[in-house]
Ligand binder design. Sequence first.
Ligand SMILES: Nc1ncnc2c1ncn2[C@@H]1O[C@H](COP(=O)(O)OP(=O)(O)OP(=O)(O)O)[C@@H](O)[C@H]1O
Length: 264
Amino acid sequence: MEKSVVIEDLSKKYKLYNNRKERLLDLIVPGKSYGHDFYALHNVSFTVDKGDIVGFVGVNGSGKSTLSNIIAGVIPETTGSVFVDGQASLIAVNAGLDRKLTGRENIELKLLMLGFSKHEIRTLEKDIIEFSELEQFIDQPVKSYSSGMKSRLGFSISINIDPDILLIDEALSVGDKTFSEKSIEKMLEFKQSGKTMFFVSHSLGQMKRFCEKILWLEFGEVKMYGSTEEVLPKYEDFLKNYKKMSKEDKKIFRKKALEKQFKK
Ligand SMILES: Nc1ncnc2c1ncn2[C@@H]1O[C@H](COP(=O)(O)OP(=O)(O)OP(=O)(O)O)[C@@H](O)[C@H]1O
């Protein structure tokens, strides 16, 4: 099988500060370190074959968006290696849109940055605007858009540029039903063309519908990776138990995980 994405020992570390003074001191005092290291991802390894549809699951803060952003090249990893074969495109609420520019300008800028020719831009721009259903709003600045409109624009750009790898991070949760259905159809087309896709969603129904494999992240670490039939029922069991936990037990569970993420 041809590999599409290979992640080895990937970690993403953030520096967290208690206040602005600490942040400033960390910048200007040589040889001394202020603040705390926090691992959003720690030693994550997995391999994805060409044409796989992989879902990322995990409770809030487990690292799903951080991982999608790293695969899409939006943020860098701290350590480890990330191999991505081809061009990856991320669809996420707010991702990659310049709020000051209009919808049309955002489309043109994105296409220019991706190296499309003038002729290709003209054709693609038309398709993207039509798919987005933004009509006359396309010439309004993105800062005036609702989150649904932004998500429609982002989705339309990313899907129409036909990337090798598509990452969809919760982008379907904010659109209205008709647009979601249309997007799902487009995603099924993408799936049928044998391209690699990643999917982040809290909707397990959507995960079942699309994904062949599931990566379950728990506070920055891989808890399980395997076929949807194997992993999703286990994750569902975990969620059921997690929901049943008392407020106090949930707090303890989160605290223990956070201690691990801070210490590594
Ligand atoms: N820029 C940042 N600086 C500091 N910490 C960050 C930053 N970005 C993310 N984090 C932390 O990294 C962890 C993982 O965040 P991430 O958004 O990847 O989780 P997630 O699984 O996508 O969560 P959700 O389901 O809520 O969207 C969280 O604890 C978050 O607070």
